[in-house]
Design a protein around this ligand. Structure first.
Ligand code: PEP
Ligand code: MG
Length: 691
């Protein structure tokens, strides 16, 4: 029955709306099971009733009219009990409820299964037959499987279609991409030029097509350069290098080369552009890698820009002369740079991940962002009032007065809190009984460094060194890394900076070093990669030691440590790099720094006694520790309700880490997001953590 099931789901997914999807299901189920009746009842949440929404075999006039309470009939019983009921003679069942409007008295055989999505009953799927007989086990499992697949379709259609009826306030759960809260009017921006809609045409004059392509490319390059200049104040050198990557793509020997080949073959310039881009996108998309999919988005975005010049169109860009919320199918880094950052209150993107360039830039610019609204018709949001909650990943559309006043208050409180922090930043972090509990920050982009100084941090608890690696086209050289690290150290005026050795893999993929795995979070990640590539490890370590020549206040941490041997191997490489640098540079006086581990793999907790004999401190990476301890993918919205900083198992594990460190008198810190949660920070202080 696998094939009919697959075909039904395929047709359901292609249906234009939920009504026709349900009609497809009832008619195809009758056909497959040779049953006389198939009906679907859907829960009406406001009336708390089940409504007949589609049927084959019962009176079609009852559709939308027949309502059942949850305590009525066998259908109500299935919804209440949340389990299937299979009967050979339904009218004899004590719960049988005669429904004159459905004319169902003549049917005896009955099989009904609940339709459940994320623990919530959405409806009931029923098949019936005149002759008394029990439906077979196989028929029952067929219906259960179909209902499980149908539930997702119904849930997303309900979300989508309640928007169409609209004007009700809606809360939509997405993915948090950049923290913060915003309330404002939405501006929906769809790039005007659809590259995929460009038709094929023969070039009238090949020279002319070449000429106008060159002109369009030049105009696109000018735009990107202007954007880069506009962003120069807001972003560090590192993030700006993204725009250089874009410029490279638009250079004569980049994408243009392929487009020109197509023109030579006789295609007009817009068609040649579409063909060349399609070829590249096919390659990127076939790589099944999130990072490459992001790159293909960048490429299409650039091609649209070139096309808009080819079409001599002025693209209809929305005006951002007052602060608004930018909404789009997919927000790209260049789109973000196109509008004045001070007037973008927040970003809402249908697609895209928290690791996308746009999300990285949004964080650097302090703009809240949410993403992951695949089934939501966001084009309808134009001019509507939205609330964006970038902490929870939640979006509210047309919120009521109550919500608006709640969030207005939150936004005011956030502002007041930031102000008061700025005012109090100089006060040392000490408890009233005199315990010093320094506040350190996590940084990645150069822009973060400036912000961190503003908040009066006592130093950097975690420098995610992979971020500058992510924004490049190839591994940065030793010299380049020295420059990046030196400017980071400089901007912190000799406050302590904790460098984390490159932590790639998992959800952090380098565009030029793809790691394709079934299970990337359990795969080649962090120290596992760099120990397998000592040349990458050594170059980075040498760069850190060189940068520290005149700024010796550094510490180094090792990510993803799961065994004692990984600590020993890393220490060996770190010492080798240190001695090389000390011999190479004249007058090198910086001492070998304190080395610690990021404690984020549970196995390290049970080897901590041995590990601590080799290192000077421990920094708990609670983001990953929670993920591995609770077996909850930190990026999966479906299980995000199971991810908690307050899970007793996590707190016990953290308490044990603290005890082990105390036994050997070694300092312990927390660098995961948990430390930024005020309540959790108090618990950590109570558990004996040092910063
Ligand atoms: C962590 O895992 O807690 C951590 C600090 O590192 P990252 O979030 O970069 O994995
Ligand atoms: Mg981690």
């Amino acid at each position: 029955m696998l094939e009919p099931l697959r075909l039904i789901i395929q047709d359901v997914n292609n249906a234009p709306n939920i009504r026709s999807a349900l009609n497809i299901v009832v008619s195809r189920v009758c056909e497959t099971l040779q049953s006389e009746v198939c009906s679907i009842y859907i829960v009406d949440d406001t009336a708390h009733q089940l409504v007949l929404m589609a049927t084959q075999g019962l009176n079609p006039k009852a559709v939308g009219v027949l309502h059942l309470n949850f305590d009525e009939g066998i259908v109500g019983l299935i919804a209440r009990r949340e389990e299937p009921i299979n009967l050979d003679d339904a009218p004899n069942h004590p719960n049988f409820h005669y429904l004159p409007e459905a004319s169902e008295e003549k049917f005896h055989a009955f099989l009904g299964v609940p339709i459940i999505h994320q623990r919530k009953v959405l409806g009931v799927l029923v098949v019936q037959q005149k002759l008394p007989r029990k439906f077979s086990q196989e028929e029952e499992t067929f219906l259960i499987t179909l209902s499980a697949q149908l539930s997702g379709v119904i849930a997303s259609a309900q979300q989508r279609e309640s928007f169409l009826e609209h004007q009700v306030i809606r809360k939509v759960e997405g993915i948090a991409a950049a923290p913060g809260v915003a309330l404002g009017q939405a501006v929906v921006f769809f790039p005007p030029t659809d590259i995929w809609a460009v038709p094929d045409k023969k070039a009238g004059n090949i020279d002319y097509e070449m000429l106008r392509l060159d002109k369009a490319l030049q105009l696109a390059r000018d735009e990107i350069s202007a954007m880069k200049e506009r962003m120069a104040d807001a972003l560090g050198k590192d993030e700006l290098s993204l725009f250089d990557a874009y410029l490279n793509i638009l250079k004569p020997n980049g994408l243009a080369k392929d487009v020109k080949q197509q023109i030579q073959k006789g295609h007009w310039a817009p068609g040649a552009l579409r063909r060349a881009v399609a070829k590249h996108v096919r390659v990127f998309d076939s790589m099944e890698d999130e990072y490459f999919r992001e790159r293909s988005t960048d490429l299409v975005d650039l091609a649209r820009r070139v096309l808009s010049h080819l079409e001599k169109e002025q693209s209809s860009r929305p005006k951002f002369d007052t602060p608004k919320i930018l909404v789009s199918e997919e927000i790209t880094a260049s789109m973000l740079a196109e509008f004045p950052a001070r007037n973008i209150l927040a970003l809402v993107s249908m697609r895209g991940s928290p690791t996308s360039h746009a999300a990285i830039l949004a964080k650097a610019l302090g703009i809240p962002a949410v993403t992951g609204f695949e089934n939501v018709p966001i084009a309808r949001f134009n001019d509507q009032t939205l609330i964006v909650d970038g902490y929870q990943g939640t979006l509210y559309v047309s919120p009521n007065e109550q919500l608006i006043s709640h969030y207005t208050q939150l936004i005011e409180e956030e502002k007041a809190l930031s102000k008061s922090f700025e005012k109090d930043a100089h006060i040392p972090c000490k408890t009233t009984d005199g315990f010093s509990f320094p506040l350190m920050v996590n940084v990645g982009l150069l822009a973060d460094f400036e912000q961190s100084l503003l908040v009066g941090a006592d130093g950097v608890g975690l420098y995610r060194t992979e971020i500058p690696f992510l924004l490049r086209e190839q591994f940065p050289s030793e010299d380049e890394q020295v420059k990046i690290y030196r400017s980071a150290l400089k901007s912190f005026n000799d406050l302590p900076v904790t460098f984390r050795m490159l932590d790639i893999g998992g959800d952090k993929q380098l565009p030029y070093f793809p790691i394709v795995e079934e299970n990337p979070f359990l795969g080649w990640r962090g120290i596992r990669v760099t120990l397998d590539h000592p040349e990458i490890f050594l170059i980075q370590a040498r760069a850190i030691f060189k940068a520290a020549q005149h700024h010796p206040n550094i510490r180094i941490t090792l990510p993803m440590i799961s065994s004692v041997k990984e600590v020993d191997d890393s220490l060996l490489l770190l010492r080798q790099a240190y001695h090389e640098v000390a011999n190479e540079l004249e007058n090198y006086k910086t001492p070998f720094p304190e080395i610690g581990i990021i404690l984020e793999v549970p196995s390290a907790i049970y080897q901590l006694a041995e590990i601590l004999q080799r290192i000077q401190f421990v920094s708990v990476g609670s983001n990953d520790l929670a993920q591995y301890l609770l077996a909850v993918d930190r990026n999966n919205t479906r299980v995000s309700n199971l991810y908690s900083n307050y899970h007793p198992a996590l707190l016990r594990a953290i308490a044990k880490i603290s005890e082990e460190c105390e036994k050997q008198n070694k300092p312990k810190f927390v660098c995961g997001e948990m430390a930024g949660d005020p309540l959790a920070a108090i618990i950590l202080l109570g558990l004996g953590f040092d910063s």
